[in-house]
Design a protein around this ligand. Structure first.
Ligand SMILES: Cc1cc2nc3c(=O)[nH]c(=O)nc-3n(C[C@H](O)[C@H](O)[C@H](O)COP(=O)(O)OP(=O)(O)OC[C@H]3O[C@@H](n4cnc5c(N)ncnc54)[C@H](O)[C@@H]3O)c2cc1C
Ligand code: FES
Length: 259
């Protein structure tokens, strides 16, 4: 079930790092249904250009207040228009979309690894998993500006890495993750981030034989399975064919897709 909200109201937004914003939107229908890993397709209603909505992960919900939270980086026209929105202004939004993470674990140990804005869906996931599991998160970015801040971080143990050393470990988040896997035996791994990071995480998951779910940030247009703009190749081990990242994903078992 998904909703089209043509005039979802902005409750507020704040800058959390250079060019990175946390946006709260009143959308009780979507907040009620949303699962970690799902996304909304969204555009500012200020003007018609750009016409296409942009996909953004749901990074948190407040079901009592009917709010959804998005954490996004300004990279082009759509996100630039979005960051200028003031409380009371509106967004055209469809959601919740896509297949989220399988998170029906209890009493298990889960490892989360996110790079760049790929951290966004893992914030929602980490909070949900932590209700009944032990969770360790690894979040990396180019610098401290790209990392999530207290206030919208779930209360989970977390290790940070930055490429320039402005916060946490200086280097790649996959280095931290690999060291952790040498010591620990998690039951499930979850990842979202740049392709290079995902390739390393898949290699580690296979090395240790741990199931891994990956969320792919494919370029999308319609977001609802109609345009074929987001197809990705099925894993060569399975039958040949294509998957729609917006409908079959964005979350896949690592063995389902060819990165
Ligand atoms: C399922 C999904 C969830 C996402 N969640 C988030 C999120 O939580 N936070 C966030 O900041 N971003 C997220 N993204 C990426 C986000 O959708 C794009 O950054 C956004 O669409 C850019 O729109 P724009 O109009 O500002 O830029 P455009 O003018 O459309 O593009 C500007 C630049 O960004 C690149 N770009 C556009 N779309 C993507 C994409 N999907 N992946 C990588 N590069 C892209 C373009 O190639 C171009 O170089 C997500 C993408 C997907 C598919
Ligand atoms: S974005 Fe149109 S089919 Fe996936």
């Amino acid at each position: 079930m998904k909703y089209h909200l043509p005039e979802a109201r902005v409750i507020g937004q704040q800058l959390t790092g250079q060019g990175i914003y946390l946006l709260n939107i009143l959308a009780p229908e979507i907040a009620d249904l949303a699962q970690p890993g799902q996304f909304v397709n969204i555009r500012s209603t200020r003007q018609l250009d750009p016409l296409l909505r942009r996909p953004l992960s749901i990074c948190g919900v407040d079901r009592n207040e009917g709010l959804i939270r998005l954490w996004y980086q300004v990279v082009g026209k759509g996100t630039q228009l979005m960051c200028e929105l003031l409380p009371g202004e509106t967004l055209d939004m469809i959601g919740p979309l896509g297949r989220g993470f399988k998170a029906d674990l209890t009493g298990k140990k889960a490892g989360l690894i996110g790079g760049g804005m790929g951290i966004a869906p893992l914030l929602f996931l980490g909070g949900e998993l932590a209700k009944s599991n032990s969770v360790m998160a690894f979040f990396g970015g180019r610098n401290i500006e790209q990392l999530p801040k207290q206030g919208f971080m779930p209360k989970i143990p977390c290790q940070f890495a930055t490429e320039d050393g402005t916060a946490g470990y200086k280097g790649l988040v996959t280095d931290l993750f690999a060291k952790w896997l040498e010591q620990e035996s998690p039951d499930m791994l979850y990842a979202c981030g740049p392709k290079g990071m995902l390739v390393q995480v898949v290699r580690l998951a296979r090395q240790y034989g741990i199931p891994l779910q990956v969320s792919l940030e494919a370029v999308m247009a319609c977001g609802v399975g109609a345009c074929l703009g987001c197809t990705c190749a099925k894993s060569s081990k399975d039958e040949e064919g294509w998957l729609k990242a917006c409908q079959d994903g964005p979350v896949f078992w690592e063995q389902e897709v060819d990165l």
